[in-house]
Design a protein. Sequence first.
Length: 342
Amino acid sequence: MDKIDLQSKLPPISIKAETLFDIPTPFGALHFTNSMLYTVIVMAVIVLFFALATRRMSLVPKGAQNFGEAVVEFLLGITEGTAGRRVGRRIFPLIATLFIFIITANWSGLLPGVGTVGHCVAEPQATSGSSGYVIKTAAPQPLPSQQQPAPTGGLPKPNCPEGTAFVPYLRAVNADLNTTLAMALIAVVVVQVAGVAAHGFGGYLKELVTPWPLAPLHIVGELARVVSLSFRLFGNIFGGEVLVTVMYVLLGTAFVGFGTVIFLGLELLFGFIQALLFSLLTLVYISIAVAGHGGGDHKPEAVGHAEVGSVELLGQQVGARLSGQPVPGTTPRSNTERHVGG
């Protein structure tokens, strides 16, 4: 029987997500990993929050409703400021879902117990005719007087019996390449669908192969977006986990004070930046696909009229600056006024 250990342990560094149990299917066993379990938890938390925030809505929002509306208005402003009102409102659900899910997954992955609380499972043993596993032989054990305690910093190492390995119950969602790759595939497929819907299949195909000497470059560029979106998010989140683990080992108990403020603060910042990057790049890719790769005859669409000082106007201004369009809420000055400083 597996040994259950609820004490926080020094997490093992593993690129591959660990399997918790298998689900039998007609196509074979489906490995349910610890990252999949945490994905379900993150989605449940998001759904529960917005269900509670919108349960008793009022004209003057407060509490959870106020916070939820501020987030939605800011994202709506960025989407409209970048893609225009017509296109922005159609793709807003996708952009908002990506941002909210990614930032929630990134920040919740820093909670205590994620990657450090788990159980010991038996390691697969190799047989004489198999080559899928590496046969491990026990090394000679030193005498008790010769054993030196290894420094483990602020967390103890997993104390698993011989022939077993420590498997955490939860793993950060975006520290699993499968999750980031799935989101990148969804984003790129939506980009192609948006391009075909805007120009028709023949028109969008013409955009890809015009000029024809650059057609291979355009196609490779579309496929490379899957790699760039998935590996950028995965690399930053997984690298942040490794950094925090190394700092635990090096600083020990000092990490609770100095290290927590510095390194976990950086992880909060990077988690926000990566969520914003993924959603904004998806937004820009869709805008380019709808406008056409040339973009010469495309005119920026008008954005919605937001109230002065509102969060939506702030989002529109951010989106307009990112896309190089006129910033809403500002009055363009003439050349004479710019020269004389008026």
